[in-house]
Design a protein around this ligand. Structure first.
Ligand code: SF4
Length: 210
């Protein structure tokens, strides 16, 4: 997997990776991640560690992986429940996908202040949790929502426009890179990101049905 490896000198990242690897199931991982303070700035400003949602039952058919929680997610402790989440739910339904079949995750589990982009060490530290989540839930398909997520899976030089529209084999999983729903909101209902996100989710639905 192309996810950033923690730098050797980053003891906090090593500790996260070690703790996450010791979790043998989702509840254990969620319990271990909830008090995480590996990123001092995020730990001081967040309301909740937004660990993510496992599928409602059984193995995840696919995973939705965004960048980081926003304000509503930080308030509630749940991923993709604000405006972006509402649009995502709408487009998932239009594409014929059921959120209940998905793991809903983020690269970084704590809200960056002012919704700034997560810093490289924060991504590296939190990657330990995400790697273990993917191991435990083992989704065959991943939808990487937005550029940060696409880069986590496909590498730092990834360009969304080039990566979209086809699955990429990453460690045996089919990774689809597409727009983040917040871009679809920013560019409006007639904007290219919304149409592209729906198109990509529809392709994912087709691939899961075949
Ligand atoms: S962002 Fe991730 S690694 Fe950093 S404090 Fe939150 S849970 Fe821990």
């Amino acid at each position: 997997m192309a996810a950033p490896r923690p730098p050797r000198f980053d003891a906090a990242a090593e500790e996260v990776a070690r703790t996450a690897a010791a979790a043998t199931d989702w509840p254990a991982l969620a319990a271990a991640a909830t008090p995480c303070v590996a990123c001092p700035e995020l730990a001081a400003t967040r309301q909740h560690v937004v660990v993510g949602d496992p599928p409602r039952h059984g193995r995840a058919r696919f995973a939705l992986v965004g960048e980081a929680p926003g304000a509503t997610e930080d308030d509630t402790g749940r991923p993709f429940v604000g405006k972006s989440g509402q649009l995502l739910d709408l487009l998932l339904a239009e594409a014929g996908l059921d959120r209940a079949d998905a793991a809903v995750l983020n690269i970084v589990k704590c809200r960056p202040p002012g919704n700034r982009t997560p810093k490289t060490p924060e991504v590296a530290r939190c990657s330990g949790w995400l790697r273990r989540q993917l191991e435990l839930l083992d989704p065959p398909v991943v939808v990487a929502l937005g550029l940060s997520s696409a880069k986590w899976f496909l590498g730092p030089r990834t360009k969304l426009a080039e990566a979209r529209g086809r699955p990429h084999d990453v460690g045996g999983r089919a990774v689809w890179a597409t727009y983040h729903p917040s871009a679809a909101i920013r560019f409006g209902p007639s904007g290219a990101p919304r149409a592209g996100l729906l198109e990509d989710l529809t392709s994912v639905a087709r691939s899961l049905a075949s």
